[in-house]
Design a protein around this ligand. Structure first.
Ligand SMILES: *[C@@H]1O[C@H](CO)[C@@H](O)[C@H](O)[C@H]1NC(C)=O
Ligand SMILES: *[C@@H]1O[C@H](CO)[C@@H](O)[C@H](O)[C@H]1NC(C)=O
Ligand SMILES: *[C@@H]1O[C@H](CO)[C@@H](O)[C@H](O)[C@H]1NC(C)=O
Length: 318
């Protein structure tokens, strides 16, 4: 409900003669809305902001549509690859990459903006903006994702989704007809994620692996994750009726390994940088309710269940 109120506040604010009422209303709202929670194949049109970033017409990365002219992706989808900008195309409205799709359009890249902080895997700033040579016409299959304002925080445990045509496991490419894949990944807070990445690592505990411009999502046990080829693609969360871009698929240690959840570039860390290059973009003040306390109770009751056994073990040790 809190999220609904904040949405209403946005529309009120925009209604006072400010910019981009139309784009605020259309972003983040697919016309297809049913999706299968445990499924893998997405429904066509469910993630209409999804971009297939291609080099010589081969998919290499994901991306997200943010306006008619601009997409956001990851810096590492260009940086250090020594591939000229002219070989890149951004395709939207795609579903099964093996087949041509009447809803899809591809555009070459007119302007490519890399975040200057990014120079290697694990660096801050793994984010890139690309201006399309041909502006998009939005359809049921092509729509922008909303962007959150800087103070928006997505609580740990929030069920967010990532999508893409990347590998289905480390070095296992998606097989034909290459249907867009989706997976639900709960948000993991930065300090928990950083602690997980230090397990079985030689990096000293005092050295942060998960930086302040990163957000993690996935499972401690592994098994579900984004993977190679998903890079640059969306991590989206829902507030009220609308989806917003919480993260950009950035890196991980392998895919879906235990204690190695997916790491995403935190979009709210780059609002002003995005605004510099894409002045007509708007940011929306979502409020995400914390996860219901029943989850916490489960942890607590499990703890109180095990506590006597732990004490017994201690006693036995003496
Ligand atoms: C970059 O690519 C060009 C053209 O393919 C090639 O001539 C050059 O050697 C490459 N540079 C590096 C550093 O790989
Ligand atoms: C968008 O629509 C205009 C007008 O119908 C058309 O000229 C243009 O080619 C369309 N652009 C794309 C990318 O489909
Ligand atoms: C992914 O690959 C790893 C390592 O090869 C394997 O242990 C795991 O079972 C695979 N996962 C799936 C879902 O196939």
């Amino acid at each position: 409900m809190a999220a609904f109120h904040s949405m209403a506040a946005v529309f009120l604010y925009l209604g006072l003669g400010h910019l981009a009422l139309a784009s605020a209303q259309v972003c983040g709202m697919p016309s297809v809305s049913d999706r299968i929670v445990n499924g893998q194949d997405a429904v066509e049109g469910a993630w209409p902001w999804q971009v297939s970033l291609q080099v010589d017409n081969k998919h290499i990365c994901g991306g997200s549509v943010i306006t008619e002219n601009w997409i956001v992706s990851a810096a590492h989808c260009y940086y250090g690859l020594n591939i000229s900008q002219s070989r890149y195309t951004a395709c939207v409205g795609e579903y099964q990459l093996t087949y041509g799709n009447p809803n899809a359009v591809c555009s070459t890249i007119q302007t490519l903006i890399l975040h200057p902080s990014y120079t290697a895997t694990g660096d801050p700033g793994d984010i890139m903006l690309m201006e399309l040579s041909t502006p998009l016409n939005f359809t049921n299959y092509i729509m922008p994702i909303c962007l959150p304002s800087p103070f928006v925080q997505v609580p740990s445990g929030t069920q967010c989704w990532t999508s893409g045509w990347g590998h289905i496991n480390s070095s296992v490419p998606l097989s034909d007809p290459k249907t867009l894949q989706q997976v639900m990944v709960p948000i993991i807070d930065r300090s928990t994620c950083d602690a997980m990445y230090h397990i079985g690592s030689t990096v000293p505990a005092s050295t942060q692996i998960i930086l302040s411009d990163m957000i993690c999502a996935g499972y401690q046990a592994g098994g579900k994750d984004s993977c190679q080829g998903d890079s640059g693609g969306p991590l989206v969360c829902k507030a009220g009726d609308s989806w917003f871009l919480a993260g950009v698929v950035s890196w991980g240690d392998g895919c879906a390994q235990a204690y190695r959840p997916g790491v995403y570039t935190l979009v709210t860390a780059y609002n002003s940088w995005i605004k510099t290059w894409v002045p007509d973009v708007t940011f929306q003040p979502y409020i995400i309710s914390p996860i219901p306390s029943s989850n916490i109770k489960i942890t607590m009751s499990a703890f109180s269940f095990f506590l006597p056994f732990l004490l017994l073990l201690c006693l036995n040790a003496f």
